[in-house]
Design a protein around this ligand. Sequence first.
Ligand code: ZN
Ligand code: ZN
Length: 180
Amino acid sequence: MEDEEKLLVRLAGYVVHTMHQIPQLSQLPVNELQKIPLGRLRRDATRLHAVCRYQKGVKKSEISGPTDVRCVDVHPVSLTDDWQRYAAFLLYHEFLHALGFTGHDKAFRNLESLWPDLEAKKMGSSFGNHLRKRAAKWLWICPQCSKEHPRTRRGKGRYRCRECQIVLVDVKVEANGPKG
Ligand SMILES: [Zn+2]
Ligand SMILES: [Zn+2]
């Protein structure tokens, strides 16, 4: 299997290549994005999917381009086969931050929407669920409809199924081998 670091470099290359084909980005220093060090978030992170970290001492309002970026980190789980399209979109998102679009304002969202893989853009919420499921130690299960709610804590009979109004029961998740 290709190691994560090599895969990350290859994905970043693909993302930069794709960005070169987006006319709205043609005036920006897209080539310089290749120089940004790439890293990985902690494997057990559940909230953050990726991040663009700026050089120390540089204010967000002063970010002018990739040279102000210390590194871009992505979640290692996004590098597994099922999620690589989403990882490419994450890199695209962070690279836009690296180009000086530091907020999530309208201009940023307009550029973000130019990513050609429309499916990948929609994978964020299912990836979030996937991470929570990996981290879950307990499932709160509805005895009637069998819907499962992965959680790190016990529910202790305090919650009901939204549809059935039945009290959810706790089931401990068995450790099932190494988690990708
Ligand atoms: Zn962002
Ligand atoms: Zn139910």
